[in-house]
Design a protein around this ligand. Structure first.
Ligand code: AVI
Length: 325
């Protein structure tokens, strides 16, 4: 049964972020602002694209190793899913591990409520306690699950959208929240290698149907809708490029001609070719990921990949005080 939504602070700082980001020499709008209603729907569409191999590959690995995960973590846990979105992968996990409660955490209250209700219908008897919150900031675990051992679930390669230093900060925060005896299951897209070319990678972020382009350009629509903006969308195009030096896919909005607009009452101008940097999607190797686990208070216990080594599912155990000297 789904319990009522506990809404935590979700004050939109979109205006402040746009004003600050567009005033920088390299203009930037943080990727977290992609996910308004239209953006969340576009992202769902991205996950079904033929080029976006991430979602179906992760589901395949989860299906293949659900039994291994269950054997490691045992039953009776509270599963806390960070950035649950539409929770499409969750039933596979919940069915395998027999949890005591499921706590989906997502900033989009609307999506959250809908997916929590659907999931509660599919798992009668499971306590489903949605929390509308930004999981990158500290939030309180619902009191009703406070006494349960926990499993954090962070699928979808969302960790890759953070710079390494921020990723470590977030994972340290998860370690505190998940607590001793806790586990963390993470889905992460991997760096290009033998089983994945940079062409495949770039195509995943620049699909033939233009859905990812619409997702990126929606940020400009959002400026017009929410900040009284005057952006001419046709003055911009979508660019996705692999930055091998920094190990990340970058998405930009490129001015195709000299252009100018106002947003929240402030004027901005771009010359042709100038970009607004909107997203980084870091792709790590497995040894890098294991190092990040150890640096953030976790013990990398198992990792499973698809046959091509494109994507990994990582199972980490919380470092205990007994493991420290
Ligand atoms: C949510 N995140 C993991 C996606 C990614 O692959 O970095 C966001 C995305 N951006 C473009 N396509 C998908």
């Amino acid at each position: 049964m789904a319990q009522p939504l506990a809404v935590h602070d979700e004050t939109s700082d979109f205006a402040a972020a746009v004003l600050a980001g567009l005033a920088q020499p390299q203009k930037v709008i943080p990727a977290r602002f992609f996910y308004d209603h239209a953006g969340s729907e576009l992202f769902e569409a991205i996950t079904a694209l033929p080029e976006y191999y991430l979602t179906r590959t992760e589901i395949g690995i989860l299906g293949a190793h659900a039994g291994d995960i269950a054997a490691a973590v045992g039953p009776g846990r509270a599963v806390i899913e960070f950035g649950s979105g539409s929770s499409t992968k969750t039933p596979l996990l919940l069915r395998a591990i027999s949890p005591a409660a499921y706590v989906p955490v997502d900033i989009s209250a609307e999506f959250l409520q809908h997916s929590a209700a659907t999931l509660a219908g599919d798992f009668p008897g499971l306590a489903v306690i949605p929390v509308a919150a930004d999981f990158t900031a500290a939030f309180r675990v619902p009191a009703s699950v406070a006494a349960l051992p926990r499993l954090g679930f962070f699928p979808g390669s969302t960790l890759g959208n953070l710079a390494p230093r921020s990723a470590i900060d977030l994972l340290r925060g998860f370690a505190t929240m998940i607590g001793e005896q806790g586990w963390l299951l993470i889905g992460l897209d991997l760096a290009p290698g033998a089983g994945k070319s940079t062409v495949t990678l770039e195509a995943a972020y620049d699909d033939a149907q233009g859905v990812t382009a619409a997702f990126n350009l929606n940020l400009l629509n959002r400026i017009n809708r929410e900040l009284g903006g005057t952006v001419r969308i046709e003055d911009f195009s979508h660019r996705a490029v692999w930055n091998s030096a920094l190990g990340r896919i970058e998405m930009h909005l490129v001015a195709v001609r000299d252009t100018g607009f106002t947003a929240a009452g402030e004027p901005f101008a771009l010359v042709a070719g100038e970009t607004i940097h909107t997203e980084n999607s870091y792709k790590w190797t497995l040894p890098e990921v294991r190092l990040i686990a150890r640096a953030s208070g976790w013990v990398p216990t198992a990792d499973w990949t698809d046959a091509d080594g494109r994507f990994a599912l990582l199972l980490w155990q919380r470092e205990t005080t007994a493991m420290q000297p």
